[in-house]
Design a protein around this ligand. Structure first.
Ligand SMILES: Cc1cc2nc3c(=O)[nH]c(=O)nc-3n(C[C@H](O)[C@H](O)[C@H](O)COP(=O)(O)OP(=O)(O)OC[C@H]3O[C@@H](n4cnc5c(N)ncnc54)[C@H](O)[C@@H]3O)c2cc1C
Length: 363
C-alpha cells in the first residue's frame, strides 16, 4: 500500500493483488476462467469429484480430491439484487445495477438517483456527484455513516521511524485493536455511540441539515453494518449541493423519475439501484453425497463463520491430542440407523494446530 493512503481504488487494489500473487508464485497455481459447477462425494471412494467448466472452451474438466474447500464467498456476483419497482418499464432513462455497470454509461450533466444507502451507495454518490448535474441518494431508512481519514498519519509515522518488518505488523495490530475497540464500544454503549456518530455527521454538514431524518437509524450501531466514508467525501458532496439525500418509500417509477409515497417526485435521467447482492452458498455448485443432492440448509450452520457438514472417511479422521499432536481416530460408535459423520476444516494429514470437529450426521 502506498505511503499514507488508508483507502485505495479498484485499479490499485487489482495491481497490488496481481503483484503480490506474482511475487509469491500464487498466480502460477491458479486455474483461471474456471467455474465449479458440481461436486460429488463418494463414500466408497472417500473422494470428491469436482466438475469444472472452462469458461473459454466450454469444456467440462474433472478433478478429484479428498478435501474440498469452498472459498467462494457468500454473494452471487453474476446477478445483483434488483427489487421490482412498479412502473420500471415507464421510466424513460436508464436503470443500472452497480454489479452490471455499463461501459458506455455517461452521467455528465445528468441527474442521477441512487437507490440505497449501504456501502455501495455511499461510495458511488460522491464519485458520481463530481460530474453529474445532481445526485440524489434515495434511502428507505437511514444508515450509520462514519468518516475515516484517507491518510493514516500513525502508519506514516511508524513506517518512518521503524523498519518495514516491524512497522507493518504494528500498523496491522493498531487497526485490529482500534476496530475491535470501536465495535465493542458500539455494542456496550449503543446510545452514547449513536449520539457520537450523529454528532460526527452533523459536524461535517451545514448547520440546517436534517441529520435526525437522514442519518439517525432506528437500530443501534453495528446491529447492521456501519458505512465508512474516506475523509467524509459523502458529506462534502452533500454540503456542496451537488448531492442530496431523500428518505422515503418508493411508490413507483414514472417516465421522468421516481414518485415517493409522500407524493414527492425526484427527476432522474439515470437510476442506480445500489440495492445489494443476492446470497449464494458454495458458488452455486450442485453438491451430491453418494448420488443424493445435498442442499439442506441444516447443513450450513453459520455463526462467526460458515461451515458445511459433509462426511469424510471416519477411519482417516484426525483428532488433535492435548499436546497439540494429531492422532488417527477410529470411527465413532454409532447406534443402528444413525449415521455419525466427521467433518474437518483440514486435510487428514494436517498439522498439529488444525481444528477438527465431530458432529452428528443430522445437523
Ligand atoms: C460492494 C461490497 C463492498 C464491500 N466492502 C467491504 C469493505 O469495505 N471492507 C471489507 O472488509 N469487506 C467489504 N466487503 C465484503 C468483502 O468483499 C467480503 O467479505 C470478502 O470478499 C469475502 O472474501 P471471500 O474470499 O470469502 O469471498 P470472495 O471475495 O467473494 O471470493 C470468492 C471467489 O470465489 C470465486 N467463485 C465463486 N463461486 C465459484 C465457482 N462456482 N467456481 C469457481 N470460482 C468461484 C469468485 O469468483 C471469487 O473469486 C464488501 C463486499 C461488497 C460486495
Amino acid at each position: 500500500m502506498a505511503r499514507g493512503q488508508g483507502h485505495r481504488d479498484g485499479p490499485s487494489i487489482l495491481r497490488y493483488i496481481r503483484a503480490a500473487a506474482h511475487q509469491h508464485g500464487v498466480d502460477r497455481r491458479v486455474r483461471y476462467h474456471r467455474r465449479v459447477v458440481r461436486a460429488a462425494w463418494s463414500s466408497s471412494d472417500a473422494r470428491w469429484t469436482v466438475e469444472v467448466e472452462n469458461a473459454e472452451s466450454g469444456e467440462l474438466e474433472r478433478l478429484t480430491c479428498r478435501f474440498l474447500y469452498g472459498n467462494t464467498g457468500y454473494y452471487r456476483y453474476d446477478e445483483g439484487y434488483s427489487p421490482r419497482f412498479e412502473g420500471a418499464s415507464d421510466f424513460g432513462g436508464r436503470i443500472v445495477h452497480p454489479q452490471h455497470w455499463p461501459a458506455d454509461l455517461e452521467w455528465e450533466d445528468r441527474s442521477v438517483v441512487v437507490i440505497g444507502s449501504g456501502a455501495t451507495a455511499v461510495t458511488l454518490v460522491p464519485a458520481l456527484a463530481a460530474r453529474a448535474s445532481h445526485v440524489t441518494m434515495l434511502q428507505r431508512s437511514p444508515s450509520y455513516v462514519m468518516s475515516l481519514p484517507e491518510h493514516d498519519g500513525i502508519a506514516d509515522l511508524l513506517r518512518h521511524l521503524l523498519p518495514e518488518r516491524l512497522a507493518y505488523p504494528l500498523v496491522r495490530w493498531k487497526n485490529v485493536v482500534l476496530t475491535t475497540f470501536v465495535y465493542q464500544l458500539c455494542r456496550r454503549a449503543p446510545r452514547l455511540m449513536a449520539r457520537l456518530l450523529k454528532k460526527g455527521v452533523a459536524s461535517q454538514l451545514p448547520a440546517d441539515f436534517d441529520v435526525e431524518t437522514h442519518f439517525s437509524p432506528r437500530y443501534s450501531p453495528w446491529d447492521q453494518r456501519l458505512c465508512f466514508v474516506p475523509d467524509g467525501d459523502l458529506f462534502k458532496a452533500l454540503s456542496s449541493g451537488r448531492a442530496s439525500v431523500v428518505t422515503g418509500q418508493i411508490e413507483r417509477l414514472t417516465g421522468d423519475g421516481v414518485l415517493l409515497d409522500s407524493g414527492a417526485t425526484l427527476d432522474a435521467d439515470i437510476i442506480v439501484s445500489a440495492t445489494g447482492l443476492n446470497m449464494q452458498m458454495l458458488g452455486g455448485m450442485a453438491i451430491t453425497v453418494d448420488g443424493r443432492p445435498s442442499t439442506s440448509p441444516s447443513r450450513w450452520p453459520t455463526r462467526a463463520s460458515c461451515c458445511a457438514v459433509f462426511p469424510i472417511s471416519p477411519s482417516r479422521s484426525v483428532t488433535p491430542t492435548r499436546r497439540g499432536r494429531s492422532r488417527r481416530t477410529s470411527p465413532p460408535a454409532t447406534s443402528a440407523g444413525s449415521s455419525t459423520t466427521w467433518t474437518s476444516a483440514v486435510p487428514a494429514r494436517a498439522g498439529p494446530s488444525h481444528p477438527i470437529r465431530r458432529s452428528r450426521g443430522s445437523r
